[in-house]
Design a protein around this ligand. Structure first.
Ligand code: ZN
Length: 63
């Protein structure tokens, strides 16, 4: 699934972040940053996880 691994960027998205999101280089994670916020998402199966804690990741619903 490595081709689908995309970093998740948090905070209010800048113009640059929106462009990167359009090119599917990043996933926009939104403004609210949780303690357990994941760092990566597999855009194929929508699995999200924190760096180094892939076993603790989870599948998410994405509209
Ligand atoms: Zn996957």
């Amino acid at each position: 699934m490595n081709d689908f691994v995309t970093p998740i960027a948090y905070g209010y998205p800048s113009f640059e972040m929106r462009e990167e999101s359009d090119r599917a280089e990043i996933v926009l994670g939104g403004c609210s940053i949780r303690d357990e916020a994941p760092d990566y998402r597999c855009t194929e199966c929508q699995f999200e996880w924190q760096k180094g804690k892939k076993k603790l990741g989870q599948y998410v619903d994405v509209d």
